[in-house]
Design a protein around this ligand. Structure first.
Ligand SMILES: [Zn+2]
Ligand SMILES: [Zn+2]
Length: 170
C-alpha cells in the first residue's frame, strides 16, 4: 500500500473510532442531560486527526526544499520548490553539523578563512567583525564553509557547500 493510502486509512480509522466514542458517550450521558454536541465539533475531529499525524507521521508536518535555493536579500526565504523560488532559511551543514546562519545585505570580508569560522561560529557578534554591508547580498556561513550571493542559486550546483535543507515546519 502506498503511504498516501495508508494515511487515508489511518485517518478514516481515527474518524470511525472517534465517532464511535461519540455515540458511546452520547448514550451514557444522555441521562444527565448534557449538551454533547459542543464537544464533538468538526474541529474536534480535525484536532484528533492532527494528533494522530504527529504521533505516527511526523514527516507529514514538515517539508524540505526541492530544489534547495540560496539567494540574495531580495529573495524571500521559505520552502523552495520548482514553482516557488524561495531561499532556504533552514540550512544545515552535513560536514560540521552546524546550522547555517544568514546575514541580509552583507558579504564576507575577503580575509575570512577556515579558522575564523571554526573559532567564532555561531557567535553573531564575533562574526559581525568580518561582515561588510552590501545591498542585495546575503552572507551565509556554517562552521566550515561560507558563501554569499545576490542572485538565486540552486544549491546542487554549488558542490563545495555540503549544505542541505534541514526541514521546515508546515
Ligand atoms: Zn529549506
Ligand atoms: Zn559546515
Amino acid at each position: 500500500m502506498d503511504p498516501e493510502n495508508e494515511l487515508d486509512e489511518l485517518l478514516d480509522e481515527v474518524e470511525r473510532k472517534f465517532c464511535r466514542d461519540v455515540s458511546i458517550t452520547d448514550t451514557s450521558d444522555t441521562g444527565k442531560g448534557h449538551p454533547l454536541q459542543t464537544y464533538y465539533t468538526v474541529e474536534n475531529v480535525l484536532q484528533q486527526k492532527r494528533k494522530v499525524l504527529v504521533w505516527f507521521h511526523p514527516d507529514l508536518l514538515v517539508s524540505r526544499c526541492c530544489p534547495v535555493f540560496i539567494g540574495g536579500s531580495s529573495y524571500p526565504v521559505g520552502i523552495g520548490t520548482s514553482t516557488s523560488e524561495r531561499s532556504c532559511d533552514q540550512l544545515r551543514c552535513l560536514s560540521c553539523d552546524f546550522r547555517v546562519l544568514m546575514f541580509d545585505h552583507n558579504e564576507w570580508d575577503t580575509s575570512c578563512d577556515y579558522l575564523f569560522f571554526r573559532n567564532h561560529m555561531p557567535d553573531h557578534q564575533k562574526l559581525q567583525t568580518k561582515l561588510k554591508k552590501r545591498r542585495g547580498f546575503r552572507a551565509y556561513a556554517c562552521q566550515c564553509s561560507w558563501f554569499c550571493c545576490s542572485e538565486l542559486m540552486d544549491l546542487s550546483g554549488l558542490t563545495q557547500l555540503k549544505w542541505i535543507c534541514g526541514r521546515h515546519l508546515n
